[in-house]
Design a protein around this ligand. Sequence first.
Ligand code: C2E
Ligand code: MG
Ligand code: MG
Ligand code: MG
Length: 297
Amino acid sequence: EAKRAGRGRWVLFEPRMQTQVVQRATLEADLHEALVRDELFVVYQPVLALGGPGASTGCAGVEALVRWRHPERGLVAPGQFIGVAEEAGLIGAVGLFVLRSACEQYMRWQLDLGPQAPGVLAVNLSVAQLRQPDLVDQVGRVLADCAMPAACLQLEVTESLAAQDPTSLARLRGLKALGVGLVLDDFGTGYSSLSCLHQLPVDTVKIDRSFIAEAERSGYHRALIEATVRVARTLRMTTVAEGIETAAQSALVQDLGCDLGQGYWHCRPLEAEALTPWLAGRPAPRRPAAPPLQLVS
Ligand code: C2E
Ligand code: MG
Ligand code: MG
Ligand code: MG
């Protein structure tokens, strides 16, 4: 703000601004500790096939979402600390923790729930992670350690990065070569463009929840969802509607042709122990081409 006001002008330094700077600095210091003290954990939100009306469909997949149980602040959401982790050079460690925890849990579900286990596992990658030269090796190592077939893992990236930076694009191709699936997250926000979709090595397009929130009252947003679905189909990509909060929204995005849905209406993100009985109560999902049950003796 001070910069925008220009030179030679006085800007009051608001106490609020100082508090933010201090909070960020402490959060950064605390994050180092969090990794050591095991304060980070992962919750999982189901992604479901949008079946017929009232149909109870199998759990096509789960998305892993990181959480931080801070000793003083309580639960801290990723929106508050992923950026801090990136700036502090800690995103690699945080990302690897999430990936390893989630892959281990995914394989545990395969053993415990058999056909009712989630079809695939989705893990978010941030821009900074895509710039890590050793990312592809790390992902490959985690998969090997967990004896998890690459086809069962999906990595979610937001569109803004992928399209622009050639290094990130090369990294995405490297991940693709491992055999993992790639998801374009929050599609429709930022620099999204239907005309660029065919240039990206992604298999799934996740339509941003702002579109789902507007769909009932806005014909424009419905048209954009439909157009996205149509283009994605042409490219043989799967579509996911995120942020579904009501039965009406679920029915609408199904009508508009979305393949899969995710949101509080279906299920909130839950810790693994809480999600297990929920999964056990659902029918078996359709599986990705490669069989996930590859039990090593
Ligand atoms: P995202 O990947 O788009 O994840 C979906 C977010 O929407 C999650 O927020 C989820 O809790 C929330 N959500 C799910 N259903 C609904 C709904 O019906 N209504 C509303 N209003 N929200 C819903 P969360 O967990 O706070 O994560 C926010 C973002 O932080 C994620 O957005 C993702 O970009 C990032 N993130 C989360 N976990 C990780 C991680 O392990 N690594 C990285 N790099 N980023 C992560
Ligand atoms: Mg995501
Ligand atoms: Mg998303
Ligand atoms: Mg989103």
